[in-house]
Design a protein around this ligand. Structure first.
Ligand code: COA
Length: 275
């Protein structure tokens, strides 16, 4: 179903959500979330952040959703940043709460047990670049532009940008972008490893869909395990090797592991059930 409603399927008792600032659709297990404020270049105001928080609950709990695409409405912008008009007048504690709230929502995206891909269809600046970086990987259209221009506003990134940009492109390049507010184009982002592919804008969703169809055919518990183990690299409170060994072992308890190994030995295609 397309439109500004979530999924309605009363027979299967899927719950339905309506989002003020997002469009959602679900087709063949691929849930597309479109941030829908094109007149403001999809800037992240509190309504969008609240909706993103809620829609991620739906991603976590709705078993019909196998994987997720996040993109922006219109041909010009993915997300042009946090909504600057909401920054005016915040005091120290309010500003800290704003950053923490944003970080928590982006952690929820990063730690989702299903693949989340950013389809960056234009400006990904400030909070938009941070949102894209919280996704598991990124695909850009040829007109995409990336940057953390917060120093232009007398600010630094607050939704994880200083951390994830450094993780993704290395300290030297991240330092330069953070301190200069320079904006890079899609091909530079590709060269830096910030995005996996650059494609014409009208092929953006098809490219993501074709990759997600492949991932959706794999064992879902194993896919979730890849996400949590790879994320552990960047979490100092976790030992990634322990998480890898434990998750590897837990896979042996799944029906899907028995199916995958049997199918290989029997020279047939595995049919995974997510159990
Ligand atoms: N917060 C709030 N509103 C924003 C916004 C943001 N981050 N980014 C864009 N908008 C709004 C503009 O204010 C404008 O609204 P208006 O039509 O009511 O005046 C509308 O979106 C269109 O933007 P505009 O600046 O006219 O488009 P442009 O093509 O001339 O410029 C950008 C595009 C992205 C270069 C420019 O909008 C910009 O620099 N945005 C802020 C980027 C930024 O600093 N992000 C980090 C925020 S922490």
């Amino acid at each position: 179903m397309h439109g500004n409603k979530g999924i309605i399927n009363f027979t299967d008792k899927l719950f339905s959500m309506a989002y003020t600032s997002l469009l959602t659709s679900l087709e063949n297990g691929i849930f597309i979330i479109t941030i829908n404020r094109p007149d403001k270049l999809n800037a992240l105001n509190q309504q969008v952040m609240d909706d993103l928080n809620e829609v991620m609950d739906e991603v976590y709990t709705n078993t019909e959703i196998k994987s997720v695409i996040i993109t922006g409405a219109g041909p010009k912008s993915f997300v042009a940043g946090a909504d600057i008009s909401e920054f005016i007048g915040a005091d120290l504690n309010e500003a800290k709460a704003l950053a923490k709230h944003g970080q928590d929502i982006f952690f929820k995206i990063e730690n989702a047990p299903k693949p989340v891909v950013a389809c960056v269809n234009g400006f990904a600046l400030g909070g938009g670049c941070e949102l894209a970086m919280s996704c598991h990987f990124r695909i850009a259209s040829e007109n995409a532009k990336f940057g953390q221009p917060e120093v232009n506003l007398g600010l630094i990134p607050g939704y994880g940008g200083t951390q994830r940009l450094t993780q993704l492109i290395g300290k030297g390049r991240a330092m330069e972008l953070l301190m200069s507010a320079n904006i890079i184009d899609a091909n530079t982002a590709l060269q830096y490893g910030l995005v996996n592919y650059v494609v014409p804008q009208d092929e953006l969703l098809n490219k993501a869909t074709s990759i997600l169809q492949i991932i959706n055919s794999k064992a879902p518990i194993a896919v979730a395990g890849c996400i949590s183990a790879a994320n552990a690299v960047f979490d100092e409170s976790k030992n990634g090797y322990d998480i890898e060994a434990n998750t590897f072992a837990e896979c042996f308890l799944t029906e899907d592991m028995k199916e995958g190994t049997s199918a290989f030995l029997e020279k047939r295609k595995a049919e995974f059930k997510g159990r």
